[in-house]
Design a protein around this ligand. Structure first.
Ligand code: A1D88
Length: 721
């Protein structure tokens, strides 16, 4: 059935015109909707039988904001003329300055432009539990329909700047306490109460309030300046590289100093500048990339329904297993945690308890919910409880034989419908399931550490995994608030494989004589939260040493064999785990660079002997970024070429959520396309001529560079999916 898109107006016998936005699924403000709103408001203002107006949204959702597809269109074409004029034309002139009172009837959500329209109404009535917020900064822009001016005037400057800078939504209940919502009523009474409220204003029984004209919540100029000073500090702390966070404070200040209308005009001007920024391009791409992951050909379009997963067994109570168990428990899924002896089991349970207590102490979970989550956990030492589990997630050490034996056993003790998942990060799924007859229900569930906090879940399918099993795991992933990305089966899957050259390139640079702390600092300035050396410290160098040969076996032609990790471990440095790596880790203080590690680096340099003429190379910061991240792009090309991901944007979202690649750069492939495949190809070619085959451009990159095609444009080639 075609989607019903448009704006309708029904005028009742009471003289109230109800204007309704219809644009499923979230009633976003697409251009025809904005045109429709203008037409209906004009009409309602002119008609003699209309005394008051109610604005609402269809299907229980007021409005999810401006249509983000339009931003994408602007990014593709650079043509700003497709952005309709809303802020003055519609919001100020036709709505707020209308002679007829206007009430917003809010249900479900009022976000971005949606809340901005509601704030231009003369009162707001809401159903319970509606989500209210101005999340525009997450898209690289600022509120552009007057939100920067009206929100402070309705909820106070401190609360408004907090909501805008942190893109934090509030419920309609909180909105009522703050004065954003005038009345909270059950959904069934929403329209009748709103109509009555509008008539009460028309008849002078309730005040006719224009948000932009209010000053009662702003305070004195000096108070406002003090709040904005705090906001500037907050912006610097949470988003030092985001232009929109800093711009929005200037725009708010304009309205405080020169009046709301002046603020509205400045807001419109800054909004249009920011729409075209690289930050907005990256963040809008990430918005759609994340949503695209839930569309998996032959799985989500196959007419299947996810089966209920009520009880899950997790095998192994180490760091990963206990993190996975925590994530499941927090979403009210019963968990059986299996270990091999009482001591390990107790340790696992204690880790889960610690994870949950940590969330309570950081104010992220109530004591009640923590108690409920822990009551769903059962520790076991044998398989008796496995007889009625819906899914098993194996999270034991990376030992092929151990995993094969476990899966053989699982086949016997679990019910036939049970999904058999492994959290392996390096072992081929086909090898894990080799000794079973259940290959269709074997799947990879690759969580990232700490599993209860990191949002990426790689769902690894082999050629035998059934679509139903993938769909079920996607549903569980969503239920436990992860972003599931379905990927193909190869060593490292999508994220670890794409990023294995990250550490390798860093080691090569260090061996070429570049200071390792400088490398880390250049990479963090680029936007990754940790440089490659600090990241190595965090993971533990023992792990690095163990997985190195596994990667070397398959990707040996493009490996840089660095002795640094081994030397580091020999010198008693395992990273954060034992308090010493490249950095020194002390409780309660930030990691400090350890100058004594430089003697270990020197030893490594002597062994590799790759410095040209025995002298350290001289590189700029830009060259460091290119030498570290272009090899990652090169591997991403191979991942795309082999069809390990369904679409390039899946790799973007996986890099953002799994490696914390800066979201404002849109993910690894998007970033590479912004630079241009030709430039990356040419730089890698130069690097490979100077420093060897580690940098050799892949076939896919070469082809894209010579044909002038973006990396993200896939040909349906050798897909593993
Ligand atoms: C000057 C004014 C500027 C602005 O207003 S900028 C926009 C401000 N608004 C937002 O940032 C809201 C963005 N949307 C969301 O946060 C979420 O979505 C919701 C909370 C509204 C709903 O979440 P959930 O129920 O989980 O659904 P879902 O999968 O996120 O979205 C369902 C479909 O709706 C599309 N969509 C959502 N919001 C918008 C929008 N504002 N413009 C265009 N499309 C939108 C998605 O892409 C997706 O589509 P598919 O089903 O095809 O994947």
């Amino acid at each position: 059935m075609a989607k019903k898109i448009g704006v309708t107006m029904d005028v009742g016998n009471d003289g109230v015109a109800v204007i309704t936005i219809s644009n499923p699924p979230v009633n976003s403000l697409a251009s025809p909707i904005i045109a429709g709103l203008k037409e209906k408001f004009r009409d309602a203002n002119q008609r003699n039988d209309v005394r008051a107006i109610v604005l609402t949204g269809n299907n229980g959702r007021f409005c999810g904001g401006f249509d983000i597809n339009v931003f994408q269109q602007v990014h593709k074409t650079g043509d700003l003329s497709v952005m309709p004029e809303v802020s003055v034309d519609l919001v100020c002139n036709l709505m707020e300055d209308s002679r007829k009172p206007l009430v917003a009837a809010v249900e479900g959500l009022a976000l971005g432009g949606g809340l901005e329209l509601a704030m231009a109404c003369h009162a707001r009535v809401s159903a319970p539990k509606a989500q209210l917020g101005l999340p525009e900064l997450t898209l690289g822009v600022i509120p552009g329909f007057g939100g920067t001016q009206r929100l402070p005037r309705l909820v106070g400057l401190a609360k408004a700047t907090d909501m805008i800078l942190l893109s934090k939504s509030i419920s309609s209940e909180e909105g009522q306490k703050l004065g954003l919502i005038d009345a909270l009523v059950p959904p069934g009474e929403l329209l009748s109460t709103s109509r009555k409220w509008a008539l009460d204003i028309a008849d002078g029984r309730k005040p006719f309030l224009r948000s932009l004209h209010r000053t009662d919540k702003i305070g004195s100029l000096s108070e406002a300046r003090a709040i904005l000073k705090n906001s500037r500090q907050l912006a610097k702390k949470i988003a030092p590289k985001m232009p929109q966070h800093h711009a929005v404070i200037e725009v708010i200040e304009e309205g405080i100093v020169h009046g709301g209308y002046s603020g509205v005009l400045k807001e419109a001007e800054v909004f249009r500048q920011l729409v075209l920024s690289d930050t907005a391009k990256g963040l809008v791409h990430v918005f759609f990339a994340q949503r695209a992951t839930s569309k998996v050909p032959n799985v989500t379009d196959a007419g299947l329904k996810p089966r209920p997963i009520k009880k899950v067994a997790v095998i192994g109570g180490g760091l990963m297993g206990s993190g996975i168990a925590t994530a499941l428990l927090l979403s009210n899924i019963r968990v059986v945690l299996k270990e091999i002896n009482p001591e390990y089991l107790m340790k696992g349970i204690k880790t889960v308890e610690g994870n949950i207590k940590g969330l309570v102490s950081r104010g992220k979970l109530t004591q009640d919910k923590a108690g409920k989550a822990l009551s769903l956990l059962k520790g076991v030492l044998d398989y008796t409880e496995f007889k009625d589990v819906d899914m098993v997630i194996e999270a034991v050490i990376e030992n092929i034989q151990l995993k094969q034996n476990i899966f053989k056993e699982l086949e016997k003790v679990c019910p036939p419908h049970c999904i058999l998942a492994s959290n392996t990060s390096t072992i081929d799924l086909n090898v894990i399931g080799e000794k079973t007859n259940s290959k269709d229900r074997i799947v990879g569930a690759h969580f990232f550490s700490p599993a209860h906090l990191m949002t990426l879940l790689e769902i690894v399918r082999s050629e035998n995994t059934s679509p139903q099993v993938i769909l079920d795991l996607m549903a569980v992933g969503k239920a436990i608030k992860k972003v599931p990305v379905v990927v193909g089966n190869c060593i490292g899957f999508a994220v670890n494989r794409t990023f294995f050259p990250y550490t390798q390139a860093a080691h090569m640079l260090a061996n070429l004589g570049v200071d390792l702390f400088r490398i880390d600092s250049v990479i963090t300035s680029f936007g990754l939260p940790l440089g490659p050396f600090q990241l190595g410290d965090l993971a533990g160098h023992g792990i690095g040493l163990a997985v190195g040969p596994i990667y070397a076996k398959v990707y040996g032609d493009r490996m840089f064999r660095s002795p640094l990790t081994e030397l580091l471990l020999k010198s008693g440095r395992n990273g954060k785990i034992n308090g010493r790596g490249y950095y020194i880790y002390e409780k309660g203080s930030k990691p400090k660079p350890d100058p004594s590690v430089l003697s270990v680096v020197e030893e490594s340099r002597k062994l590799t002997n790759i410095m040209p003429g025995g002298k350290p190379i001289s590189v700029t910061d830009k060259e460091i970024v290119e030498m570290i991240l272009f090899p990652v792009v090169n591997e991403a090309c191979r991942v795309l070429d082999e069809g390990v991901v369904i679409r390039a944007s899946d790799l973007d979202i996986a890099s953002v959520l799994g490696m914390s690649f800066p979201s404002y750069r849109g993910g690894i492939v998007f970033w590479a396309d912004m630079i241009g495949p030709k430039y990356i190809y040419e730089r890698l070619k130069e690097m490979s001529e100077t420093y060897g085959s580690f940098f050799k451009p892949s076939r896919y990159l070469e082809e894209r560079a010579t044909k002038g095609m973006p990396l993200s444009e896939l040909k349906s080639s050798r897909s593993r999916l």
